[in-house]
Design a binder for this molecule. Structure first.
Ligand code: 8YV
Length: 322
């Protein structure tokens, strides 16, 4: 009998076609979210699931399983929605989708850096609301922002995505400095400068980009204390997770122009982000689209499927979360 797989949300069309050929599969073609309770009920009829970051797979979820579920192919590199410890205790393997989204996320990181510095949100609104014609063409004021070329980018979390962001930023002649738990080997570090202490790095940054996973260590690492060390002209961008930011603290420095701006793709409590962000001209916001390209979402879907294929052929997973 073919293994039974539940796909909790819509994944890429081509991936769904492949999945249907190999497994007995329940797709979510209408992309209608299951409630937490529905999901628990449903999952007990399946050997494997393909999950998304919208699914809350917490301790209680795992405690309510009947023993059938054996593997979770998660479509996402971040898996903070899954209680990995509980999965382990129930002997359920979990995989994620590292690497395949690095380029897409690095693209959005550069976009946020450019958009926040060059006031793209304000400039775009000026044209879209047809109010450009009402503005005096003042060459020193009208949508004049900060130039990115040649500035210093501080990367917090120099993992796979951080390293690709560093490469992309070099095309803008940016100087790269970074903070990470460990110093990278020279071959990966290239010519970036390591700071073992985050607080010593921050005053040296024109731009700060965050690329850490959401862990207990990274909750609110952008807080009142660390924000005090950001230079007044600096820009903060975040494509990792909203939980890394203390919203009150960031909003306060933006409101009072203690930093130049921010570019945010991720928020606490998505999609119900703190509304104060929307009132700020110096904050460029996106709806968590870091990995949202056709190419990357297909690659993420396929990596989840390939992990399930390996599991059901008794082979080690490609990207098991351990
Ligand atoms: C996606 C992400 O939005 O990979 C991640 O961790 O946050 C994004 O790529 C999400 O995972 C889609 O399920």
């Amino acid at each position: 009998m073919r293994p039974k797989i539940l796909v909790t949300r819509k994944i890429s069309d081509d991936a769904e076609i492949i999945l249907k050929k190999e497994f007995e599969v329940t797709l979510n073609l209408e992309d209608k979210p299951y409630t937490y309770d529905e999901l628990i009920q449903l999952v007990n009829q399946y050997d494997g699931i393909i999950s998304s970051s919208f699914d809350k797979l917490d301790k209680n979820f795992f405690d309510n399983l009947n023993g059938r579920l054996k593997v979770i192919g998660h479509v996402g590199v971040g898996y903070d929605n899954i209680n990995i410890q509980s999965a382990k205790e129930k002997n359920i393997k979990v995989s994620n989708t590292p690497n395949v989204l690095n380029d897409a996320v690095a693209e959005i990181t550069m976009l946020l850096i450019l958009a926040s510095s060059r006031r793209i949100g304000e400039a775009y609104n000026l044209v879209k609301t047809n109010t450009w014609k009402n503005r005096k063409p003042d060459i020193t004021k009208l949508m004049v922002g900060n130039e990115v070329t040649g500035k210093t980018l501080g990367i917090i979390g120099m993992g796979r995505i951080g390293q690709i962001v560093a490469d992309r930023a070099k095309a803008f002649k940016m100087k790269i400095i970074y903070h990470n738990r460990n110093k990278l080997p020279e071959a990966l570090e290239k010519d970036a400068t390591y700071f073992s202490d985050l607080k010593s790095m921050l005053p040296n940054c024109d731009y700060i980009s965050l690329h850490t996973p959401a862990t207990p260590d990274t909750i609110n690492i952008i807080n009142e204390e660390t924000l005090k060390l950001f230079p007044k002209h600096s820009v903060f961008v975040n494509t990792s997770r909203g939980s890394t930011v203390d919203d009150d603290a960031l909003i306060e420095v933006l409101q009072n122009k203690k930093i130049y701006g921010a570019g945010l793709d991720v928020f606490n409590n998505e999609p119900n982000l703190d509304k104060r962000y929307l009132e700020l001209d110096n904050c460029f916001v996106l709806p968590h689209i870091g990995s949202a390209t056709h190419e990357t979402r297909l690659a993420m879907s396929m990596l989840a499927i390939n992990n399930l294929r390996r599991f059901f052929s008794n082979k080690p997973l490609i990207s098991e979360v351990v």
